[in-house]
Each structure stands twice: as C-alpha cells, then as structure tokens.
Design a protein around this ligand. Structure first.
Ligand SMILES: NC(=O)C1=CN([C@@H]2O[C@H](COP(=O)(O)OP(=O)(O)OC[C@H]3O[C@@H](n4cnc5c(N)ncnc54)[C@H](OP(=O)(O)O)[C@@H]3O)[C@@H](O)[C@H]2O)C=CC1
Ligand SMILES: Nc1nc2c(c(=O)[nH]1)N=C([C@H](O)[C@@H](O)CO)CN2
Length: 235
C-alpha cells in the first residue's frame, strides 16, 4: 500500500541517497529521485516504481530546468531531501568556478527548489524539507574552504526556511561525518579518519536513513540540524 505524495531525494543514484531511496520504497513511500550521471542503480529504482529525473545543479538554468521537469511529474510532495553534493577540494587556478559550482549545488539548488516547490509540499500533511549538510561546517576545513562554507550556508537555509514555512512544512538538516568511505580511500586515510571520532567506526548509510525517518515522523522538530558524527566534537 503506497503512502501519500512522493518524496523527492536529490543525487540518489549512489551511496547515501540511493540507500535512503531504497529504504523509503521499503517503507511504502512513492519516490522521485534526481541523478546527474546515469547508473545501473536507477533501473532497480524504476522497477520499484520510482521516477528518476536527470538534473545538473551546477547552474541556475539546470536547477530551473529540473524544477520544471519535477512539476511535470507530480503536483504534490510529502518531502524534499536535498542530498546532492560535490565533496570537492579547493582548486588552485580554478577557485572562482569551483566556489560558484559548490554554492550552486549546495545552496542555490535547495534555495530555488524550496521556493518553487513549497506549493507542492503544502498539498501534503505532514510535509518536510531535509538538507544533507556536513559536520565539517562546525569546524571549517583548510583544504575544502568553499565546500565547507557552502555547507555552512546550507545550515543557515535550514533556520530561515524553518521560520518561513512553519507550521505547514517542517525544515531540518542532517550533518554527517564519515558515514561511508569512498572506493579510492586507502588504509592510511581510513585509519586516520576513523581516529577522528570517539566511536571510531564507519557506520554505513542506514544511520542516515534512521535520522531521516526521525525527522519525517516527528511532528515537533523544525529548524534543527541533527549531528551524526560518531562524537567527532569530543576529540
Ligand atoms: N558519505 C559521507 O561520509 C558523508 C556525506 N555527507 C553528505 O551526505 C550527502 C550524501 O553523501 P554521499 O552519498 O557520500 O554523496 P556523493 O558524493 O555520493 O554525492 C551524491 C550525489 O550528488 C550528485 N551530484 C554531485 N554534483 C551534482 C550536480 N552538479 N548536480 C546534481 N547532482 C550532483 C552526484 O550525482 P552523480 O553521481 O549522478 O554525478 C552523487 O551521486 C551529501 O550531501 C554529502 O555532502 C556529509 C558528510 C559525510
Ligand atoms: N558529497 C560527499 N560529501 C562528503 C563525502 C562524500 O563522499 N561525498 N565524504 C565525506 C567524508 O566521509 C568525511 O566526512 C570524512 O573524511 C564528507 N562529505
């Protein structure tokens, strides 16, 4: 039995986004995902009934084109999960373009999608927006200055949109640290990274779905960013 209006999750062709899309389908939700790069994972999502829409949030035009395509596929939304992100180091010689792209993906896309799609969320009760941020916004980052600043700005969007859309739409964030290593991460990097948290584990994507589930199901939480970082702030 399918539950209410679809949940949109951006950047869900792999890793945390794909896991959350699969788990939302497990829980009976209709799901719409955005992807930038076609992957085999999308076929499985389509077989399970998900709508998969191609989108590149690197430019305003790409964001607005996605919004138009989304509105051609649904007239309501249960939730929007802004998961798409580019974990990019600062690029000497390409600083401005990298900065602009990261701010487009991590701030302009959530900003424009939230503004243009609020009408779709208002047709659902309850309704949620969830921003996937990064615990590194708490501390800053010497080699990912632009990435970190854009995620800190996303945390501020959580506060503003929570105030703007209450009580009809709850707006919250999730700020992870080391949930899932990347394939190219070597043993030295993995050991160094695990040592940064009090709990010292690579938990896997389910801890993010648990956090998302909590935010979707709790009627009394808005303007909050959940820290899911293994206790990094304690070290
Ligand atoms: N994994 C972790 O340990 C941590 C993750 N996070 C945050 O959690 C979220 C999910 O993390 P994770 O699964 O590792 O993310 P990924 O690095 O796998 O990125 C998620 C997706 O974002 C999409 N994306 C990147 N750039 C663009 C763009 N210009 N337009 C549209 N989509 C784009 C990619 O699409 P495609 O592949 O199709 O090109 C990718 O599949 C992110 O917001 C991340 O910052 C925070 C801290 C730790
Ligand atoms: N979009 C992404 N953001 C982040 C990733 C990632 O793989 N994709 N990974 C991390 C790291 O796990 C970091 O938390 C520890 O090294 C951070 N953000």
């Amino acid at each position: 039995m399918q539950l209410s209006a679809p949940i949109l999750i951006t950047g869900a062709s792999q890793r945390l986004g794909l896991h959350c899309a699969e788990r939302l389908l497990d829980d009976g939700h209709a799901v719409i995902v955005s992807y930038r790069t076609p992957r085999a994972s999308l076929q499985r999502l389509r077989e399970r009934g998900a709508i998969c829409l191609q989108a590149d949030f690197a430019s305003e035009a790409g964001i607005l084109a996605f919004i138009a395509e989304l509105k051609a596929h649904t007239d309501s939304l249960r939730a929007i999960v802004h998961n798409a992100a580019e974990w990019q180091v600062d690029m000497p010689g390409d600083e401005a373009a990298t900065f602009q792209r990261l701010f487009n993906v991590h701030m302009l896309a959530p900003y424009l999608i939230n503004l243009h799609c609020a009408e779709l969320l208002r047709r659902s009760t309850p309704a949620d927006i969830v921003h996937l941020s990064d615990d590194v916004a708490r501390t800053g980052s010497a080699n990912r200055v632009a990435y970190c600043a854009s995620k800190a700005g996303l945390d501020n969007l959580t506060l503003s949109f929570a105030a703007k859309y209450a009580p009809a739409i709850k707006v919250n964030g999730i700020a992870p640290a080391l949930i899932l290593f990347n394939e190219g991460d070597d043993d030295a990097y993995r050991a160094k990274t695990l040592a940064k948290s009090a709990l010292g584990i690579e938990p896997g994507a389910e801890v993010i779905y648990q956090s998302l589930r909590y935010l979707l199901d709790n009627p009394y939480v808005t303007g909050t960013t959940l820290t899911v970082n293994g206790g990094r702030h304690l070290k």
